[in-house]
Ligand binder design. Structure first.
Ligand code: DC
Length: 423
């Protein structure tokens, strides 16, 4: 039976446990704390005086511990049926866990046991490598992060003492992020949420919204259905990589742009509603504005930075929607992502949303200049694997970082163009 998995990764103090536990309760699925599984192995190793670098012995300890492990009431981990308590949360165990869990041999034993814990209909699973290694095909992947100061103070509140906490967390972050297997990092298709200044409840609300964005209206469905029919049976559109379309959660759809019909081709690719920015002038007429709104367009003033439309875009992404943005800004007859606008990268960095690269070929020939009627031509679309730019959802974003992000985006986008229309 297919189980629904929501992966929540992130460093210590990012709010993972509170958020994951609350979310699981709200969704009525199990809650699995994978950090606790490694903590149990480390605790057992400490009790048995096993050295943290004796890999063969640790492998045995891990295997024996995993055999005794179970999940009680869908939320509590137990050893031989006894629920695990605060004994796995001491600073000594935290440090040992980070070292023990870095051994690939230990992870090879623990990861399958973590997978086996998930009961139907599913679970919210928290850890460091859930979206990347344990459940790479999770239904939704979230990566929580927060400023180091806030993370240290959250942990201090939990444990009642701040002695050495900053150092402990920094060292653990370093080790967790740089180990060869199962390193802590956001999956390419994860949504990054900065929890520095939002409460755990608000984070849960945002994640629930990512799972269930508002469904498209009737007009949108009719319009989309008609277009999808035309593209499929008249234009015989060829689509490669449809499986790369995110089923849940926010994403930026990033197509090259050669024709006015591009919005419609993109909209027809998925039953999920796609939002697009449209020239502000199109919205001047009240009725046109209504129709455009129903079709998922929102206004943008061109030629100058438009804070309102940027805000709307970030808001739509925060609510779990798909937003279409042309990385090159405007339409170009030979568009193939040769230049990418910094504004595009800015939205990706600020929203933490994954980017879905889309290469289109053929749309430029549908409305030739010398003819009134459209031409039926072959349209080919390649949807690439989603990728992410390093997220920074708050604080000052240095220009150099934005430039790097833009270059990174351009590289990934060009690759998909090469796949649909090699030079
Ligand atoms: O989430 P936590 O603080 O309880 O995790 C304790 C340690 O376990 C963490 O420093 C690294 C390790 N861990 C891991 O390697 N992979 C996971 N999926 C979860 C935790």
């Amino acid at each position: 039976m297919k189980r629904t998995i929501i992966a929540i990764d992130g460093p210590a103090g990012s709010g993972k446990s509170t958020v994951a536990r609350t979310l699981a309760g709200r969704l009525r699925v199990a809650y699995i704390d994978t950090g606790a599984t490694y903590r149990l192995v480390a605790l057992r190793a400490l009790q048995m005086n096993t050295a943290v670098d004796d890999v063969a012995a640790l492998e045995r300890v891990a295997s024996e511990t995993m055999q005794r492990l179970s999940l009680i009431n869908g939320t509590e981990l137990a050893i031989d049926g006894v629920v695990v308590g605060a004994e796995i949360r001491t600073p000594e165990v935290s440090e040992a866990t980070s070292i023990v869990s870095a051994h690939p041999e230990v992870r090879r034993v623990v990861v399958p046991a973590q997978r086996a814990l998930v009961p139907p209909p599913g679970a919210v699973v928290e850890g460091r490598d859930i979206g990347t290694v344990v459940w790479p095909d999770a239904d939704l992947k979230i990566y929580l992060d927060a400023s180091p100061d806030v993370r240290v103070s959250r942990r201090t509140d939990q444990q009642g003492s701040s002695d050495g906490m900053a150092q402990e967390i920094t060292e653990r972050d370093q080790r967790d992020a740089h180990r060869p297997v199962g390193a802590m990092k956001p999956a390419d298709d994860a949504v990054v949420i900065d929890t520095t200044s939002i409460s755990a409840d608000d984070v849960v609300v945002r994640i629930v919204a990512l799972l269930h964005p508002a469904p498209p209206g009737r007009l949108y469905k009719i319009f989309r259905g008609t277009l999808a029919f035309l593209l499929k049976y008249v234009f015989r559109i060829e689509v490669e990589g449809a499986e790369n379309f995110p089923k849940h959660g926010s994403a930026i759809l990033a197509p090259n742009h050669r024709s006015l019909i591009d919005h419609f081709v993109i909209g027809a690719l998925t039953k999920r509603q796609v939002w697009f920015m449209g020239k502000a002038e199109l919205f001047e007429n009240k009725y046109a504005a209504k129709l455009l709104n129903a079709l998922g367009a929102f206004p943008v003033k061109r030629g100058k930075p438009d804070r309102a439309s940027l805000q709307r875009c970030l808001e739509l992404l925060a609510q779990g929607n798909l937003v279409g943005i042309y990385p090159e800004g405007t339409r170009k007859p030979d568009s193939r992502f040769d230049e990418v606008e910094e504004g595009f990268a800015y939205i990706a960095v600020r929203s933490g949303a994954p980017i879905v690269p889309i290469g289109m070929s053929g749309t430029e020939a549908v409305f030739p200049k010398d003819r009134k009627l459209p031409r039926v031509v072959k349209i080919r679309v390649v949807i690439g694997k989603p990728f992410r730019l390093t997220a920074q959802t708050s604080g000052v974003l240095p220009r150099t970082k934005l430039r790097e992000a833009t270059a990174h985006a351009q590289q990934n986008l060009s690759a998909v163009m090469e796949a649909v229309e090699p030079r």
